[in-house]
Structure formats: C-alpha cells, structure tokens
Ligand binder design. Structure first.
Ligand code: SF4
Length: 214
C-alpha cells in the first residue's frame, strides 16, 4: 500500500508526463496499478496480430508476457528457441511483427524515452518495423530532464541489468557501477533517445504508478 502523499504525487507526475508524451505524438496513458495497465494493453493488442517483445523485468513483473503467451496465437517468443541460432532468427522475426512490447530505461518529464541496448534488437524494433510499439514503464523511471534520463540509463539501469544477463564479462558485474567499458560483452552498445513518435500514434507509452523494473 502506497503512502497517500506518494500516491498523489505519482498520479500528478504521471498525468503531467502523459501530457508531454502526447505533445510528442505518442499515444500515452497513466494507470495507478499494473493490473489496470495490463487490461488496457490487452485491449490495444489485436488478438489476430503477431506480437513479440524485448527482454524486460517490467513486462515480466506485471504479468504481461505470461498473458500474451497464453492468449495470443501469433506470439513470437524467443524463449522457445532451442539453439542460439534459433533464438537469433526469432529475434529477427520480432522486428517484423505487427506489435512489439518493451520497457524503457528512463523517461524525461518532457516526454523523451531513453534506452540502452546491448544487442540492439529492442531499440531496432522501437525505431522501425512493428506497426505498433507499446512501451511500459513504472513511475520510478521518470526523471526531470533528458540528461537525467541518459544518466539514469547508464549509471543505474545498465549496471543493474548486467547482473541478470547470463554469460557476460563486464566490469560493472564486479563493481556494481558503470566503468564505461568497451568490453566485447558490453550491454551498452546503443544509447537511443526516442524524441517523438513518427508516424503519430505508432508508439504507445503506458506509465504505471508503481515501482517496476530498474
Ligand atoms: S561497465 Fe560496460 S556493460 Fe557495464 S554499465 Fe558500463 S558500459 Fe555498460
């Protein structure tokens, strides 16, 4: 149960950021709870269209991936791959799905999305391919400025994400902080800002008044 002051602040901030996002031609929504948000996302996603997703703690935490696996016949799921080559092929197919689900590393109050990506599949699908992209983020990912968003993504989200990626060797794994590495396993290959949605309305951003992911 959230403290009432924090809940009020989250609602105000969420509403404010939704307004900023809409000015940048995103479809944008704020929900107090992930339960409400999941139902809305499933309404947006047509059952007869293909759908895939990028690796995301947020999407797992809110139960969205589980629902999509259960309810969508055309789900393109890289976790069904047996070999690394199969997995790569499924990731390529995801870029041409009708719909793509992802989270984001940071959102600035003026409505810009910042993502850091190692392989690039997630930022590629966000930028081009799927006709509809749905970005889900907890209110904890909202920061004041675009510069703050870059800082959050690089110094907080990435070292935390590195801890969950199997079989990599990066300096942040042992220090817990970004060492600005050039490791072959670096998970910070691409640092991408999405300033606007083009075409208008292609990217939907669903903000949730909860702490989700990192
Ligand atoms: S040390 Fe390397 S992999 Fe780790 S957060 Fe920094 S740039 Fe990314």
């Amino acid at each position: 149960m959230l403290n009432i002051s924090l809940e009020k602040r989250n609602d105000l901030l969420g509403t404010h950021v939704v307004k900023s996002l809409k000015q940048r031609h995103f479809e944008a929504y704020y929900y107090k709870t992930s339960k409400e948000a999941v139902e809305k996302i499933l309404e947006i996603l047509p059952k007869k269209e293909s759908v895939s997703w990028g690796g995301s703690v947020t999407l797992e935490e809110i139960g969205l991936i589980k629902r999509v696996r259960e309810e969508y016949d055309m789900a393109v799921d890289r976790d069904k791959a047996i070999t690394i080559a199969d997995r790569y092929e499924i990731m390529q197919k995801a870029i041409f799905c009708d719909n793509y689900l992802t989270s984001v590393n940071a959102v600035s109050e003026d409505g810009q999305l910042v993502n850091v990506d190692g392989t690039g599949n997630r930022v590629a699908a966000m930028a081009f391919g799927p006709k509809r992209v749905i970005v889900v983020a907890g209110i904890n990912k909202v920061v004041k400025t675009w510069g703050d968003a870059i800082t959050r993504a690089r110094t907080y989200a990435s070292p935390a994400n590195a801890q969950r990626v199997p079989n990599i060797k990066t300096p942040c794994l042992s220090t817990g902080t970004c060492e600005d590495c050039q490791s072959a396993d670096c998970i910070c290959t691409y640092i991408v800002t999405t300033r606007i949605s083009r075409p208008k309305g292609r990217i939907h951003v669903v903000l949730i008044g909860e702490t989700l992911g990192f």
